[in-house]
Ligand binder design. Structure first.
Ligand code: SF4
Length: 469
């Protein structure tokens, strides 16, 4: 049992980023953004999450792709590849923005389309330019999300050189993956992606790379056990981030939602009780960690706040909110903001952020009274979207989140005092509520006061106390 708990509690929380706010005339954006929640969790410093679209072109034709295959066809008029000039301007935009807003970390995902289509020389240059522009002002963490088709040893060494975390997209078994992720000629890409996976695993064994994981979209055709056995037993994966599809209230599919809602808790239970020290599933860790200790609760709140205000930079330098939002409405992709004509502070001062910040729940909404609000935050903004109500609804996957968090609580309460676990839930919810209110009202919090008032009298649990439970 000791081993099981130990393996489910990694030393560092690594979740996601961002932040910001309000109408430009309402107040000083720099003051707002810098003061809002920077010290919510000392153990998880804030991060600015950036999807950096270096290539708006792809060598696959995945049917569910929100970027190429759905209503938003803005890529068709965008440059296929980001120019060096736009990369330089973006690096300046991010570095100076992070400095002005007091954001210590920039977590930037080299994204597409398929970013490897940029070619190695150009990709290398992009990394160098980003480092030169950002690192004088903030820590830069680079990641790449690839479909694996072009991956070879030289690419892996390039990633290692720049310390780039690697995400590989695999949807499931050959049948599932080939149906979901064909190439432009309609041929499946399963064999090519598995070849890429094996190469990454060899390099991981040799220590050439430190971090790589699999990104997958939950598919109704695969049960939880199918997925677990395929990724962790057949493929030998160690790290999986399996996300729900980007469904919202306008295009929701009842059968898919029902599957996802069942799947998340089932996956948690399989993972938690399997007791495999190697396997890490991000969504499960996000559900578990906040219940284990107060730092985990604070870190989750920081992560929710940061993710709410993630940004994307297009190949032409246009700056948009989180990458999942532009496809649902023109409002989020035609803002007139570009790295050449605005600062990060100015971008965060746009009125559009009022809508997005409401993703954290308006007063009186179902989410704000939900016992899981501090862990869930209402779910990803895109899954709450409704043409008329914007983000004031709960997530279309609400029932699934509740089942997931209840499974996590049930698991944790085998080892910890239930009153401590529930105090931690309240701590997270109260902290998120306070910060969300401040965000929506434009009232900066005093970080010291906030932190002091947020810490409950219960002793902070540590990993070692868990080990002795
Ligand atoms: S579980 Fe549902 S009601 Fe609770 S915060 Fe999440 S989306 Fe909102």
């Amino acid at each position: 049992m000791t081993q099981l708990l130990h393996c489910k509690v990694p030393d560092g929380l690594s979740i996601e980023p961002t932040h910001s706010p309000m109408e430009a005339h309402a107040m000083d954006a720099q003051h707002l953004v810098a003061g809002r929640w920077q010290n919510v969790s000392p153990s998880a410093p804030r991060q600015l999450y950036v999807a950096f679209k270096v290539a708006e072109v792809c060598n696959l034709a995945c049917g569910y792709c929100y970027f190429f295959e759905q209503a938003d066809q803005s890529h068709s008029t965008a440059p296929r590849y980001m120019s060096d000039t736009v990369v330089e301007q973006s690096a300046r935009f991010l570095g100076l923005g992070a400095k002005a807003l007091g954001i210590p970390n920039v977590a930037l995902a080299l994204h597409g389309g398929e970013p490897l289509m940029l070619g190695k020389k150009r990709f290398d240059r992009v990394c160098e330019i980003l480092k030169a522009g950002v690192t004088p002002h903030a820590t830069l963490r680079l990641a790449v999300q690839t479909n694996g088709v072009l991956l070879d040893q030289e690419w892996i060494e390039l990633f290692a050189h720049h310390d780039i975390a690697i995400g590989l997209s695999i949807d499931g078994s050959r049948e599932i993956h080939d149906a979901a992720r064909p190439d432009k000629k309609g041929r499946g890409s399963f064999d090519r992606v598995v070849k890429a996976l094996r190469l990454l695993q060899e390099n991981e064994s040799r220590g050439t790379i430190k971090k790589f994981g699999i990104l997958s979209v939950i598919d109704p055709a695969m049960s939880c056990d199918d997925v677990y056995d395929f990724f962790f037993r057949e493929l030998g994966a160690k790290s999986l981030y399996q996300r729900a599809p980007n469904l919202n209230w306008a295009d929701s599919s009842e059968s898919t939602i029902a599957h996802v809602n069942h799947f998340m808790a089932a996956m948690f239970n399989r993972w938690a009780y399997e007791d495999d020290a190697v396997v890490q599933i991000r969504h499960n860790i996000e559900a578990l960690h906040p219940l284990l200790h107060d730092e985990g609760a604070f870190a989750r709140v920081t992560n929710i706040l940061d993710l709410t205000q993630a940004i994307s930079i297009r190949s032409n330098g246009d700056v948009c909110p989180d990458d999942s939002l532009p496809p649902v409405s023109m409002r989020y992709r035609q803002l007139g903001t570009n790295v050449t004509n605005c600062s990060l502070e100015t971008f965060y001062s746009l009125p559009i952020w009022n809508e997005i910040n409401e993703a954290l729940g308006e007063n009186g909404s179902e989410c704000r009274t939900c016992e899981w609000f501090g862990l869930c935050g209402g779910g990803p903004a895109v899954t709450r979207y409704h043409e008329e109500d914007k983000f004031s609804k709960r997530s279309v996957f609400c029932a699934g989140y509740k089942r997931l968090y209840e499974a996590s609580r049930e698991y944790v309460e085998q080892y910890l005092d239930p009153s401590d676990v529930r105090a931690r839930m309240r701590l997270a919810s109260e902290t998120l509520t306070r910060h969300a209110d401040a965000l929506n009202a434009g009232t900066p919090l005093s970080s010291d006061t906030d932190r002091a008032s947020s810490v409950p009298s219960a002793a902070i649990l540590t990993h070692s106390s868990l080990l002795h439970a």
